[in-house]
Design a protein. Structure first.
Length: 83
């Protein structure tokens, strides 16, 4: 049986919704984020990490930056504003 992970919607814009994965290890500084689109995109789900200052470098961030740079900037702007 697969364990369900609780997700909370943080923000949305157009076809994009940013979620926070609520199950975090104690003392772990990184937020686990899931960015989902219902719009036209080859990739629909992006897993990202945020440490309060920057996004973690990963394949999903590279893909998001290359194909949806404006959405990646929206994510960063939203997370910085939420502080």
């Amino acid at each position: 049986m697969q364990q369900q992970t609780e997700m909370t919607a943080l923000a949305s814009t157009g076809d994009w919704t940013l979620f926070e994965r609520k199950r975090r290890k104690p003392g772990h500084a990184w937020l686990s984020l899931k960015l989902v689109t219902t719009g036209a995109s080859r990739k629909k789900n992006f897993w990202l990490g945020w440490n309060g200052r920057r996004l973690a470098r990963c394949h999903d961030l590279d893909h998001l930056t290359e194909h949806h740079a404006e959405v990646m900037q929206w994510v960063v702007d939203h997370l910085q504003a939420a502080g």
